[in-house]
Ligand binder design. Structure first.
Ligand code: TXA
Ligand code: MG
Length: 322
């Protein structure tokens, strides 16, 4: 039996399967099976009011999950699916409350990963899958991350290698009178506006509640401080002088006299940065260090999605020393 066949058996029996996607690994279960959905919340330790994304096999399947679907939904779906874009639409009455957290909306996407696309085609239903990490923690971008984080509480892990995009999908709300981006991601606001031929609103204008998008999220175990370059080096030097062990994620090599326990230099390009981000944070989240220092990426639109994840991962936005 191959891996897909095995995963299918687990899904059909209401069990949980970690699925690879191009963004992050998902903790998947049959979106029509209440027991599987309850188990997802249980394993993640996530409040039941925080709804799940349903992964579907093809664009036509939108009709199984949503109603009053605007033409704009099909336009962006044709342009970006399979891909890192989640659409919020009005829910179909048959959708279980456990999927939507009791809201009148549903989140849908077709992920772009060959194994999961094959799994979805054969399953011929919807797979509800939040990121396969415990609530509030770093998202997994390799099968090993899932194994370490969830262990035996996931029934099967479909190993599809490292995720190509590395951060969670862009969430676009099309359930209201105006389209709004609720979570920035790899598919940019610009790219969406080009297809939709209209300006997008931000989540602050939206009435939709996105419970998972609380301020603190995607966090490593160790405190993470997100610092502008000058403050970063000052703080690192101070920690080094105090003989405190710390890890560092920066764009440049640390200057002389600053010796982190481990440091990683990041590429100055947001796409490659995003691809490595969670893997690097997983690696830097070591027991033996007191904290992780991260250099703030530029405050520009291209870096919005990466900055969003780092700001949520940060323990405090205020500098460590002051
Ligand atoms: O890239 C991704 O989106 C990954 C992969 C596995 O597909 N999934 C993911 O799921 O990031 P999760 O559960 O970690 O984040 C989904 C977000 C949550 O913030 C949730 O509150 C929001 O989507 N969401 C889900 N359904 C919603 C709904 N009906 N209305 C509003 N927000 C919703
Ligand atoms: Mg998540």
């Amino acid at each position: 039996m191959n891996a897909i066949e095995q995963a299918l058996i687990f899904l059909r029996n209401g069990k949980l399967v970690a699925i690879p996607t191009e963004t992050v690994y998902g903790l998947g279960g049959d979106a029509r099976n209440p027991a599987a959905l309850a188990q997802i919340y249980h394993v993640k330790g996530r409040p039941m009011t925080n709804p799940l994304i349903v992964h579907i096999p093809n664009i036509e399947a939108i009709h199984d999950w949503a109603i009053e679907i605007p033409e704009s939904a099909f336009k962006v779906a044709r342009a970006f699916w399979p891909g890192p874009l989640t659409l919020i639409l009005k829910r179909h009455p048959s959708v279980l409350d456990l999927v939507t957290g009791g809201q009148e909306t549903i989140a849908l996407r077709i992920p772009n990963h060959p194994l999961t696309l094959q799994l979805l085609a054969e399953f011929n239903g919807g797979i509800a899958a939040p990121s396969a990490n415990r609530y509030g923690r770093l998202s997994p971008t390799t099968a090993e991350h899932v194994r370490v984080e969830l262990g035996d509480s996931v029934d099967y892990i479909l190993d599809g290698g490292p995720c190509a995009v590395g951060i969670e999908s862009t969430i676009l709300d099309l359930s209201q009178d105006f389209p709004a981006v609720l979570r920035p991601g790899h598919i940019s606001v610009d790219a969406l506006e080009t297809i939709l031929k209209t300006d997008l609103h931000t989540k602050h204008h939206s009435k939709i509640i996105v419970p998972g998008l609380s301020e603190s999220h995607y966090a490593p175990h160790k405190p993470l401080y997100l610092l502008e370059k000058d403050v970063l080096w000052e703080t690192a030097l101070q920690l080094a002088l105090e003989k405190k062990s710390f890890n560092l994620l920066s764009f440049e090599t640390p200057p002389f006299k600053i010796f982190p326990n481990q440091w990683i230099t990041e590429p100055c390009d947001p796409i490659h940065y995003a691809e490595k981000l969670y893997t690097d944070l997983h690696d830097l989240d070591e027991e033996k260090v007191s904290c992780i220092l991260v250099e703030c990426p530029p405050n520009t639109i291209e870096w919005e999605a990466v900055r969003d994840r780092l700001q949520r991962a940060a323990t405090a936005l205020k500098p460590l020393l002051f």
